[in-house]
Design a protein around this ligand. Structure first.
Ligand code: SF4
Ligand code: SF4
Ligand code: FES
Length: 571
């Protein structure tokens, strides 16, 4: 129901019950916010969004106060601006003055708001915060001296990710954000999803940087430097660098990577196609062998860590397959030494990805063979953009070149595995093809629908396959309740809502537009994709027919598999 409010002496329409902030934003009036997160419970912690409301003695926080009929609001009165300035000046009074050296320089919400409020001098001087730098996690770095206590990270971890790693600790001046018992991140329940990085308004949380290490290796003459990425990485990178994306951008990125010193560029989707094949085979064997047990996917490293910490009872039901980047990494280390006549220990392998948890996954014990890691280093899309800027690469003038054989091709299905439900869709398509079934568009719509729980039943000959998709851990509650009456043959779980398209390693805007853009790019690529399914991928066929049977070291396919164990963490 629409009501009338008066803002800065103008009548506006607002939805009954919505917050003042929503009504203002819809009517084109912006006011600063620091603690607010779209769709999550407002806390009113930062008070930067205050406005004047006629009849109220105190300024009210627009992000939490609902509109009332005929409410009279002043959004930029002298009193309001003075209050906002005072809040920011207080935040800046103990903030470190090292913006120039901060990775959020020019991309910091606090810096932007200070500039918008025309704060040009330090009027308040407080004791600088000296909380220690926590670099204990393989994926996330905490610089709490830059924390402004907005609480966004606490809420996203609790309300969206459902892990509850972070909380406010201490009182008064000693208050800060910490983990259970205020220990370092590596002792905590953090599953490295990186969702908190993307909402932190300052540089207090960011991925663990590996750019320096990559730079060092790029100059080594006696090392073969290889890198893998997927089209989703190329697409997200173009956006990150403010460039227009076209299909040729992937080729330009290959050339850029050669120019900065990589010797070979491979395709992560090659590993995705192998993963889809292996998972489908496992599922069909499970069904026809009458084992009839549920198989849980294991391609999301954040989910795997969650299961090890909170659901150890299902570890033996995980498919055991590594993520696509790790499978590609393992195949690189198995095949490339023979092809390039180089020792495996002289291959430096990098993967560029949207996933921060991949940094953790690459360091797991099982991600090695004969003591050599599948992948040495993971770069997020943000880091890759930084690396290309560092080397002064102008993507516009590059011609482009192809990905290197033999890990050079991927199917459309491979790209779909970067979306929640995409792995299930790919497996369902193979089962349908193997059994001569036509899938309806409504089947596909069920898997591509919104929501944290989706399901699909497919009848194939005498068998009935039930699939469930958990899109974000909030869907686990529904799964538990459904499993009381339904047997699922396969449960796909991804921690980041919508999947890797919303990973912590790439900047995403608050209204979800960038995630929708990435989803659209993936769906749209189906039309132009000459290779629709793993079975159509000549590189993968070649691998199964030529390479795998010949090499007894890898023919048991153990290089595709991970190992799991219960993990005790502080809660
Ligand atoms: S990385 Fe994910 S699990 Fe870890 S603290 Fe941040 S939001 Fe929570
Ligand atoms: S770490 Fe970042 S998101 Fe968390 S409270 Fe501090 S400033 Fe806010
Ligand atoms: S944004 Fe409203 S109180 Fe922080």
């Amino acid at each position: 129901m629409l009501i009338t409010i008066e803002v800065n002496s103008k009548k506006l329409k607002a939805e009954k019950g919505e917050t003042i902030l929503n009504a203002l934003n819809r009517n084109g009036i912006n006011i600063p916010t620091l603690c607010r997160l779209r769709d999550l419970t407002p806390t009113g912690a930062c008070r930067i969004c205050v406005v004047e409301v006629e009849g109220e003695d105190m300024l009210v926080t627009a992000c939490s106060e609902p509109v009332r009929e005929w409410m009279k609001i002043e959004t930029h009165s002298p009193r309001v601006i003075r209050a906002r300035k005072a809040i920011v000046e207080l935040l800046l009074s103990n903030h470190p003055d090292n913006c120039l050296y901060c990775d959020r320089n020019l991309n910091c919400e606090l810096q932007r708001i200070a500039s918008e409020l025309n704060i040009r001098e330090r009027r308040l001087s407080g004791k600088k915060m000296t909380l220690k730098l926590d670099q204990s996690s393989p994926a996330i770095t905490r610089e709490l001296s830059k924390c402004i206590l907005c609480g966004r990270c606490v809420r996203i971890c609790e309300e969206v990710v459902k892990v509850n790693t972070l909380d406010f600790i201490g009182k008064g001046r000693a208050i800060h954000i910490g983990t259970a018992m205020d220990k370092d991140f590596n002792f905590s329940s953090c599953i490295h999803c990186g969702q908190c990085l993307n909402v932190c308004p300052t540089g207090a949380l960011h991925e663990k940087y590996n750019i320096g290490e990559v730079q060092d290796y790029l100059t080594k003459k006696d090392t073969l430097k290889v890198i893998q990425f997927s089209p989703l990485v190329a697409f997200s990178l173009a956006r990150e660098m403010g460039l227009k994306y076209s299909q040729n951008f992937d080729k330009k990125l290959n050339e850029a990577l050669y120019r900065i010193g990589f010797d070979r560029v491979y395709c992560t989707g090659f590993g995705s196609d192998i993963m889809i094949n292996e998972l489908t085979e496992m599922l069909e064997n499970n069904k026809t062998g009458k084992l009839n047990d549920t198989i849980y996917t294991s391609h999301c490293p954040a989910w795997v860590k969650y299961a090890e910490q909170f659901m150890p009872g299902i570890l033996e039901k995980l498919s055991g397959l590594k993520s696509p980047q790790q499978i590609t990494g393992a195949v690189i280390k198995a095949l490339v030494p023979g092809i390039e006549a180089v020792n495996p220990e002289n291959i430096y392998s990098v993967s560029a990805t949207l996933c921060t948890a991949a940094k953790y996954e690459a360091r797991r014990d099982a991600m090695t063979r004969k003591g050599i890691s599948d992948i040495e280093t993971i770069l997020t899309v943000r880091e890759l953009a930084q690396l290309l800027r560092l080397y002064g690469i102008n993507m516009d003038v590059l011609d482009g070149r192809n990905v290197d054989e033999p890990m050079n091709l991927a199917s459309f299905s491979a790209l779909m595995t970067e979306i929640s439900g995409g792995l299930t869709e790919s497996v369902v398509k193979i089962i349908a093809q193997n059994n001569g079934i036509e899938l309806s568009s409504s089947d596909m719509r069920k898997l591509r629908a919104a929501g944290d729980f989706r399901e699909l039943m497919v009848r194939a000959g005498e068998h009935e396959y039930n699939f469930a998709v958990i899109d974000g851990l909030a869907g686990l509650d529904m799964l538990r309740s459904k499993m009381r009456s339904v047997h699922y043959d396969m449960v796909e779980i991804m921690v980041c809502q919508s999947g890797c398209v919303n990973g912590g390693g790439v900047n995403s805007d608050e209204n979800g537009e960038s995630v929708r853009d990435r989803l659209k790019m993936i769906y749209k690529s189906e039309e132009n994709s000459a290779i629709k399914m793993p079975v159509d991928n000549p590189a993968v066929r070649n691998f199964y027919e030529k390479w795998l049977p010949l090499d007894k070291d890898i023919s048991d396919k153990k290089i595709f598999r991970n190992k799991y164990s219960k993990k005790d963490v502080l809660l």
